[in-house]
Design a protein around this ligand. Sequence first.
Ligand SMILES: [Zn+2]
Length: 706
Amino acid sequence: MATTNIEFKHVSYLWDEAEAAKLAGDEVALLIYRSNLLGADLRLTNYGGGNTSCKAMAKNPLTGEETEVMWVKGSGGDIGTLKKSGLAALYVDRLRSLKNVYRGLEHEDEMVELFNHCIYDLASKAPSIDTPLHGFLPFKHIDHLHPDAAIAIAAAKDGKAITAELFNGQIGWVEWQKPGFELGLQLKQCLDENPGIKGIMLGSHGLFTWGDTAYESYMNTLEVVERCATYLEENYGKKGPVFGGQKIESLDSASRKKQAASLAPILRGLCSSKQHMVGHFTDDTRVLEYINSNDLERLAPMGTSCPDHFLRTKISPLVLTLDPNEDLSDVAAIKEKLVPAFEAYRAMYTAYYESCKHENSPAIRDTNPVIILYPGVGMFSFSKDKQTTRVASEFYINAINVMKGAEAISEYTSLPRQEAFNIEYWLLEEAKLQRMPKPKALSGKIVLVTGSAGGIGKAIARKMVSEGAVVVLNDMNEERLAAAGEDFKKEFGADSYTTAVLDVTKVADINAAIEIANLAFGGVDIVVNNAGLSISKSIADHTEKDWDLLYDVLVKGQFLMTQAAAAVMKKQDIGGDVLNIVSKNALVSGPNNAGYGSAKAAQLHLSRLNAAELGADGIRVNVVNPDAVISDSNIWAGGWAEGRAKAYGITVAELPAYYAKRTLLNEIILPVDIANACFAFVGGLLHKSTGNVLNVDGGVAMAFVR
Ligand SMILES: [Zn+2]
């Protein structure tokens, strides 16, 4: 019966009897239900870590006879969001008969291809390397998880003895062995030698637990993890203070973020020596406890233990020797301190590769650190996109939890370097990397588009994100901005964007937006000056206030934003792009347009002046000149349409057709057309062009640049 009297303090009991009752009799549905519950609690397993399975009878489509089939999480994905499509279904007898052709540890990788001959459901996901770990055990339902609390024991020097004592011999122990066919056989051997056990601890790796039903397996898993966590909690501080006690005092929260935002672009530039990386920062209390401790110096170089952890975080982090209060305003001086640290890290990683590589090992990968620890301030991570970077950060927190637990009960041990290398440069892992889709054109790029909560700006932001970039959405209007954020979350996910309220006429707003970009992503690569407004008035009616507003937003705003962006780009020292959305009106003269048209002309020339000055830093400045973008644009609110219509002697309704007709191509211009022009400048094909103007106006001869 699915109820419990046990009070869980360290894990979440989420089983809903009514929900489960609806699935009764469908073991696969119950497996998925249980998996989703387990994956919902990150204390039970890290993101993407672990796998679950069930075995049940099913009809063999060839013979019509009942046969035993195993459904197990396939390669990739996360159990928290597991669906039937994420499972592989295999004939159990076929899988077990692979023992007969197994040639031994040296050849275990060749078994992976043979799993395909055991497939029962042809719609299966590719079987993962963990498949035999489930296959050789006889139990109906099995959970293999990576709970920090269990790995802390699994990675402790006396882990085996502690496990035996803590569970009264009911949890077996298998020494570290890389996941694969051999480990599957070792699990079975452990069970044969210890009949009646209810789980197995995998040295330096994780936990196997099981049950006859989905619920029994769920309860067994929760009870074992709860007991591990309770044991750790009882021991924190017993042997001595956690991590040897505090060595460094943290800055206060606001100062930590200020310091991190200031340093992030420099770190990002150094981490991006091979390809553009996206950053993540956290000053989580678990991180601070570790990085401010006496034991940091000893523990950090040891590296992480669970393979999942170091595959994402690299073997060890880079620990900065900067003072928490270090004055970061002198960028050259800071770089002078940081460059040797990065060079040493790259040399350490190269030496690790060289000393561990095999004849057929894949080529060395990026040698830059993924995790960077700044005692007193927090932890940075840098990887190819925001999700990967955020997950790397989460995994290092998992590793911190493991070190903390292992040190409290015994002594933390990491995997031997050669074992770590064999996983990191495993040919099967390499094949997985090779199968990944090619990075998109703007992968790793950080874009800030002013006025991007609607209209042209939002279309530009959407285009940039769909091409792989992350974006800082901003607008003066908080509500509009929040709505745009929600749209992006729905369309592209929460890792694709951040938001900043921004009035481009205010230096403080601009600095705050840059700080948000630095903290969220590590810096800025592409700034699109798009925020604007228009006022169409005759010379007689044009007020001083109109004039100042136009020049403040369009000209001063473009300048201040460019100034702030250029400073970040120079810190990063990996080039950059400024795109200015100007207007046909910068080149064409018409009535009732003195303020707007002359401000647009100023924007155009300012772009060229900035291009001339910033070229030496690899920062390109280009202009997109739209005309008459009518749909979804702010510009057409507030009387502008009426004003233009009046100037042309037509009605507002006649405007789109009027604009289309006066173009050479007879085209109506849409926001997406402007977005595509922006992408053309930064997508990779025009990287040798700066100071250019690209018109997107359907062809207006008067606006040709000459
Ligand atoms: Zn595992």
